[in-house]
Design a binder for this molecule. Structure first.
Ligand code: HAM
Length: 424
């Protein structure tokens, strides 16, 4: 029988790699809490209907990429393709009775989309995101974008390497007007687009820009729909830009930032990174002022973003400082089986009291082999239990850095004192 492998588009994150993940996640937890966000964890499985209603029936995510299945009770279930819909569901379920109040959530976890895997694109990928619920103030848009940039700086990213791209889709009415403008300018070239684009033209013209066919992309490149925002939305967008300028956040305006999810209104943005290939969006987000109402809540404006962790990894690859130390600090070796139990007792004591990583490797039967293993693991100290010493209630204590070896009383407290504060 053939050996089983991880599914296409999924990956194991191994010791040695996990340290970078932990470093990214910890940096996110640290900085997001400073900005008043609290972590939320929602289930990975939800009713498929949740994503259909929020992300939109005509989107690629729902049409082609969402993992859906019927559970044993014949319910339609989906693996979450993104976080925002679930956060909105959780917000409505747990907080909607409360008086209007700003809520700030962040989340870290796996998402699932059945896309064609390539560099920076997986079927199980991971996002770090925030959602700020309960405000339409332009300074909140700026605050959220500022946080995304600060997070990248926290990870030691250079401003020269990434680019914030900004656009506004306007309110509900503006979106209708924008779509109308796009429909008008696309109409004359419609016959040159692929069949799918032609269907999308009628259903939701904005979804044409998600087409993965490069010929369609080329044809649509010059299509524009400018000046479709109402006065209030123009003003809102101007204020967002003003704040960002004041706060020295560099950005460019890109009318092509339309986003592949239907729930967006007003400000939308993406951050691209120079070190990534074709999939260069490291972060994306925007406002979704109508989503909570559309999902059955009160009118509650909101805004958020999500970073792709795999893409963050590609961006920061090889850049310290993260903790890559996966070695053991301390080894106990013993010359023979009769001493194993003594060694285990000492091991249990040191594991509980020193907080250093310690182990024994009695699988390697010779003392020499055990010492070699200790060397390979980069142990700082080795405690040797030998027949000779044990008769005199002593152990040999070896400092692996200096090579110095000395006899020490076989006493747990004495040994603990010798190593305490010596390992960083
Ligand atoms: P999104 O643009 O679909 O937005 O995804 C956000 C980020 O997740 C992308 O910019 C990318 O870094 C990463 N990503 C997406 N798909 C994949 C994939 N297949 N493989 C690897 N990375 C991927 C959202 O998901 C929105 N929920 C963001 C948001 C939050 N908007 C408001 N709040």
């Amino acid at each position: 029988m053939g050996m089983l492998k991880a599914l296409r588009g999924t990956k194991d994150i191994l010791p040695g790699e996990i340290e970078i993940w932990q470093y990214i996640e910890q940096s996110a937890r640290d900085i997001f809490s400073i900005y008043g966000y609290r972590e939320i964890r929602t289930p990975i499985v939800e009713e498929a209907e949740l994503f259909k209603r929020s992300i939109g029936e005509c989107t690629d995510i729902v049409q082609k990429e969402m993992y859906m299945f019927k559970d044993r009770g014949e319910r339609n279930i989906a693996l979450r393709p993104e976080g925002t819909a679930s956060i909105v569901r959780a917000y409505l379920e747990n907080y909607s009775g409360q008086s209007p109040h700003i809520k700030k959530f962040f989340y870290i976890g796996p998402m699932f989309r059945a896309e064609r895997p390539q560099k920076g694109r997986q079927r199980q990928f991971h996002q770090i995101g925030v959602e700020l619920i309960g405000s339409d103030e332009p300074f909140r848009d700026a605050e959220v974008i500022y946080l995304a940039v600060e997070f990248l700086k926290e990870l030691h990213e250079d401003e020269k390497d990434f680019c914030v791209k900004l656009n506004s889709l306007g309110c509900e009415n503006d979106k209708v007007a924008i779509m109308q403008k796009y429909r008008e300018s696309i109409k004359p070239i419609l016959s040159s687009l692929c069949e799918e684009c032609r269907t999308r033209y009628d259903k939701n013209v904005l979804r044409l820009f998600d087409c993965k066919n490069s010929e369609c992309n080329k044809i649509l490149e010059d299509v524009k729909a400018e000046n479709a925002l109402c006065a209030a939305c123009t003003n809102h967008f101007e204020l967002v830009k003003e704040y960002l300028n004041d706060w020295k956040v560099k950005f460019i305006i890109d009318p092509k930032i339309i986003r592949g999810l239907d729930y967006y209104t007003k400000t939308v943005f993406e951050i691209t990174h120079r070190k990534l290939g074709a999939q260069d969006a490291i972060c994306a987000g925007g406002r979704y002022n109508n989503l909570i109402k559309d999902m059955g809540g009160n009118h509650t404006p909101a805004i958020g973003f999500a970073f792709g962790i795999e893409r963050l990894l590609l961006a920061i690859e090889g850049e310290p400082p993260y903790h890559m130390d996966e070695k053991l600090d301390l080894f106990i070796v013993a010359t023979g089986e009769t001493l194993y139990n003594e060694a285990f007792k000492l091991l249990n004591f040191l594991r509980r009291n020193s907080r250093y990583s310690c182990d024994v490797f009695f699988e390697e039967d010779s003392l020499k082999a055990q010492m070699r293993k200790a060397q390979r693991e980069g142990a700082k100290f080795v405690i040797i239990l030998g027949d000779e010493e044990s008769k005199r209630k002593k152990v040999l204590f070896k400092n692996m850095d200096t090579g110095k070896q000395e006899e020490v009383e076989h006493n747990e407290e004495v040994i603990l004192k010798k190593i305490q504060g010596k390992i960083k």
